[in-house]
Design a protein around this ligand. Structure first.
Ligand SMILES: Cc1ncc(COP(=O)(O)O)c(C=O)c1O
Length: 375
């Protein structure tokens, strides 16, 4: 137990707190949909999509069933399939790569930099005549190096699909993520910064043709109630989810500011310790979906924090190229040294709007105490 502070229990996340704070409004919106009987497509979804275009600064936004479908159907909209290659990051959540494999193309990985995002130099090296797109992941809520990546895409005449699952509201040189690539793909999974009460996702785009295609692609390929233009999937965001999300959307900018304030407090408290901390560069606004530190003493620190009541996670312990599912691609240990080193050093600290300064200071105290014992 710490000499300086009383032992606290700090969960990694507490999803119920956000709903409790919004209880009355959520119940009202829930009941409106129940009474209307409009569960698939409807006014709440239309309103949600309209608000999301403002949030993402795009012309169009489409509610989808989840973030994985958003990636998959984006690739479908771009005509990507058998024989094509798509480049992405090996340190992401596996859906960034599985969407490529599921469309019939080959996932090709490029290593990342210290900030967990794609290294443009490595991306350029991974490009072949078969490359049709790059899925650029804004991992942890930090925007990737878009200027360099967009320049590479332009030079090779390929598309960028932004994986914004962890980065709703993040900005790069004043531009919101999801507005720079051909499409932006968002997840509304309960753990994400803007959270549905179940699965959900969004695709954003400024391209009218892509939008028109996706409107049909998320709804069986139907161009109207009775006529099917092409075989496709059922991947719609429920009207009920949209109604609940409309309540939450009003708070997302405030929640982002709170996440950023927590990140700043962590940074101020921990900056003198021997570890790598995330921080905002001048030209970016990160939304801190996760706050990941990098330390050589990761396993001991994780254990120590658990003993002090602080829950932490590892995002992600096994990189995608070393997953059993990816074996057929032929990658091996050593192929992506930065990613692989990070799997041994990364530790995600709690970061969510409802976390109090007292809790953040307690976690920082615990880490400082640990470093005193282990320096
Ligand atoms: C980076 C990234 N891409 C894609 C996804 C997939 O989103 P979903 O779970 O909504 O399918 C997630 C989250 O789960 C993610 O973190």
């Amino acid at each position: 137990m710490l000499a300086t502070s009383k032992k606290m229990q700090v969960p990694y996340i507490n999803l119920g707190l956000q709903n409790i704070a919004l209880k009355e409004q959520l119940i009202t919106e829930f009941w409106k949909v129940m009474e209307s009987g409009q569960f698939i497509m409807g006014e709440a979804l239309t309103n949600f999509e309209k608000s999301f275009t403002t949030l993402a600064q795009t012309k169009y936004a489409l509610g989808m069933a989840n973030g994985t479908d958003a990636l998959f159907l984006s690739l479908k909209a771009l005509g990507i399939g058998n024989g094509d290659e798509v480049i992405t990051a090996p340190n992401s959540f596996l859906a960034s790569a599985s969407a490529i494999a599921l469309i019939g193309a080959k996932p090709v990985f490029a290593d990342v930099r210290e900030d967990f995002n794609l290294d443009p130099e490595m991306v350029e090296k991974a490009i072949s005549t078969k490359t049709k797109a790059i899925i650029v992941v804004h991992l942890t809520g930090r925007p990737a190096a878009m200027d360099e990546l967009l320049a590479i895409a332009k030079k090779h005449n390929i598309h960028i699909v932004e994986d914004c699952a962890q980065a709703v509201g993040a900005e790069y040189k004043g531009k919101r993520v999801g507005s720079m690539g051909t499409t932006g793909c968002f997840s509304l999974h309960p753990l994400k910064n803007l959270a549905a009460s179940g699965d959900g996702g969004v695709i954003t785009t400024n391209d009218e043709k892509v939008y028109a295609y996706l409107l049909k692609a998320r709804n069986h390929g139907l161009k109207n109630r009775d006529e099917c233009e092409f075989w496709s999937y059922n991947s719609r965001l429920d009207n009920m989810q949209a109604a609940l999300l409309n309540v939450k959307l009003k708070h997302i900018e405030k929640w982002t500011e709170r996440r950023r304030a927590i990140a700043k407090l962590y940074y101020e408290r921990l900056k003198d310790l021997k570890m790598i901390l995330p921080y905002d560069k001048d030209f970016e606004k990160a939304v801190y979906h996760t706050f990941i530190i990098q330390t050589d003493k990761r396993n001991e620190l994780k254990e120590y924090l658990a003993s002090q009541g602080v829950d932490t996670k590892i995002h992600y312990p096994v990189p995608i190229h070393l997953q059993e599912a990816a074996k057929y691609l032929g990658y091996k240990k050593g192929d992506f040294p930065v990613t692989e080193k990070q799997t041994e050093t990364i530790l995600s600290l709690p970061v969510y709007p409802e976390l109090t300064d007292e809790q953040v200071n307690y976690i920082a105290d615990c880490i400082i105490e640990f470093y005193k014992k282990h320096s």
